[in-house]
Design a protein around this ligand. Sequence first.
Ligand SMILES: Cc1cc2nc3c(=O)[nH]c(=O)nc-3n(C[C@H](O)[C@H](O)[C@H](O)COP(=O)(O)O)c2cc1C
Length: 187
Amino acid sequence: MDTAEYERAWRELAEGVVNRKHGFHTFTLATVGADGFPTARTVVLREADAATRILRFHGDARSPKFDELRGRPQVCALFYGETERFQVRVSGTATVHHGDDLCRTIWDAMQPISRETYRTPFAPTSPREESDSDAALLALPDAFQHFAVCRIAVTTLEWLALSRGINPRARHDFDTDGAMRTHFLHP
Ligand SMILES: Cc1cc2nc3c(=O)[nH]c(=O)nc-3n(C[C@H](O)[C@H](O)[C@H](O)COP(=O)(O)O)c2cc1C
């Protein structure tokens, strides 16, 4: 079974983590809310590990997506690189980390500028009042309480490579024991 494009998918994801200009640096994360409706938003890809099949992003623990993820951890993540002409769609199960050792390790290693967004006392998506001051920031050590990490364990990875003529596409499903089943698909 030719898995060259599967391996490419993980290479592109890994490149997206370190290269801000790569199309995979950000992705669309879809979650399902308590009302059964999907919601999607852009997040930055922070880790993509082919060996463990884990993706990671960070966010403000107060934002609605983390409540959604705790209630319904099934997610879809969509990546498209225009230069690479390559799409990756992932299904997986999310685990939210908040205030634990993993968050602390990542927080301590983060660029100072990246910690700044967590200093606001206002929860993301809360209504903005005219009196709300952008200057009312928490002390940096207190901002850690707002930092959340989400790890997505990939259960299905699908790729589509745009090329002249044929557009090869395949889906790779993983059993609970990690065995991969590959299905080549019509685009
Ligand atoms: C380019 C870009 C990158 C973003 N990266 C993140 C991110 O890494 N984490 C995050 O929580 N929100 C990120 N956002 C904001 C989200 O798209 C979203 O607006 C916010 O997190 C609220 O989402 P929610 O209401 O679904 O929880 C980013 C937005 C843009 C446009």
